[in-house]
Design a protein around this ligand. Structure first.
Ligand code: GRF
Length: 208
């Protein structure tokens, strides 16, 4: 833990960084159990890099293309996390799949947010597929990361209605607004020890 007893947390991004902004904003509260101590982007020009800079949070650019393999890229991420004494990793629009070794090493200490009600609509192009499917309820999910994509034990979910006339953009915006509340809440739960990954299962404490 950091000097103030807050869990030292890193956020991994590849793009816009709106979830990063929501997490930073929640962590501004001194009573919040996590502190964002590092942002890592694999994309140098990602808008989220500016979000980190504006918040005066150290941001490391680690371009995946500079490494010969997934393992080597993950080793560089792991080294940056270690150097910053990171305890918890949150992926927020991070568009790379990790090596199994990296996932195993961070098991129970690495989370992701996905813009659907998992296990429905794993993968990419979610909102388009939601609209095509005709479902009337979608949502977002925060889960522990495991080796299989978008398949880890669920920490928190929220529903979002699909409305008549929705476009991909209007639906994405409605879901994103909910993501911005859900991710800080999930971080609060994990950082305060109210939910843990035990033997591959999310275990919730009594006060959850
Ligand atoms: C979010 O919709 C998140 O659920 C998904 O990627 C998007 C990232 O958006 N994994 P942002 O970069 O946080 O604005």
């Amino acid at each position: 833990m950091s000097a103030r007893g807050r869990v030292r947390t890193a956020v991994l991004i590849s793009g816009r960084g709106s979830n990063l902004a929501a997490l930073l904003s929640a962590a501004e509260d001194a009573g919040f159990p996590a502190e964002i101590v590092l942002v890592i982007s694999n994309v140098e020009r990602a808008a989220g890099v500016r979000v980190a800079e504006d918040a005066n949070v150290p941001c490391r650019i680690i371009p995946h293309g500079a490494f010969p393999s997934r393992e080597a890229f993950d080793a560089a991420i792991d080294a940056a996390l270690k150097e910053a004494r990171v305890e918890l990793v949150l992926e927020a629009g991070f568009m790379r799949i990790h090596s199994d070794g990296f996932v195993r090493k961070w098991e129970g200490r690495i989370l992701n947010i996905h813009p659907s009600l998992l296990p429905a609509f794993k993968g990419l192009n979610v909102h388009q597929r939601v609209l095509e499917s005709g479902v009337s309820i979608t949502g977002c999910t925060v889960h522990f990361i495991v080796a299989e994509l978008d398949s880890g034990p669920i920490i928190l979910q929220a529903e979002v209605p699909v409305e008549a006339g929705d476009t991909k953009a209007s639906l994405a915006a409605r879901v994103l607004a909910v993501e911005h509340k859900l991710y800080p809440e999930a971080l609060r739960m994990v950082a305060s020890g109210r939910v843990k990954l035990e033997n591959g299962v999310a275990v919730f404490g009594e006060d959850c």
